[in-house]
Design a protein around this ligand. Sequence first.
Ligand code: GLU
Length: 282
Amino acid sequence: MSGETVITRFAPSPTGRLHLGHAASAIRAHDYARERGGRFVLRIEDIDGTRSRPEFVAGILEDLAWLGLRWDLLVFQSERLAKYQAALETLKARGLVYPCFCTRAEIAASASAPQGDAAPVYPGICRDLTVEEVTARAHLAHCWRLDMAKAVAITGALAWHDAIAGAVVADPLAQGDVVLARKDAPASYHLAVTLDDAAQGVTDVVRGVDLFAATDVHRVLQALLGLPVPSYHHHPLVVDAAGRRLAKRDGALSLAEMREGGEDGATLAARVRGGDRLATSW
Ligand code: GLU
């Protein structure tokens, strides 16, 4: 390539303690940059005001340091809300987003069945509200959704590259009219992550395969907002003995619990790098 500096990131949401799956993802992203003389960004995705907690931020820093990882830049999404708002205003001015007043229950009742863990595809209830209808409800809580069909009509066909899967033709219409600004936050995951990867110069997005389809949405936002397109590396997920993706609710040990149980962070990181103890699944 052009010899540009490789920049990767690990972008946890501080809504719980990290487990082995997070450790494996963070190590991959970190090592990818280090092996290429690049930089590693730690981005705390703390825009979820109801679920993000400061003690989990402290836990993330502690856990990564324990694993022996060092970051070159630490950023908090909560400090970048004005940037997300500005991008949303741009999309509003272009008529590409619309306010949505639906509750979760209303969406669940009329949406098509979700595939796996994915959120239901929004059935478009608020897409064609009249100006009068929107004005009458403007005082009510609402999110902002991307009108995906309109967006795709502008961007045309899009592709992106995954280091593991190869060339991917994006299918953003399958994601429907995703939320770009939430009822309780001026950005959604999709908008914040896309703007941040660009702002932080991320060249290689290393993350779990659970976010593979989300990349189609991010690719659309990049095209609409004139942002660079990084390379993607969607890696398999760490699973437990039952083949389930690690999750606290299924009793996955947190890194903090492993530490308290006497594990050594550097030894654990070495085992993760060697693939030991890591059953993975696509
Ligand atoms: N914050 C997201 C999560 O914890 C990951 C974001 C990303 O890697 O794009 O699942």
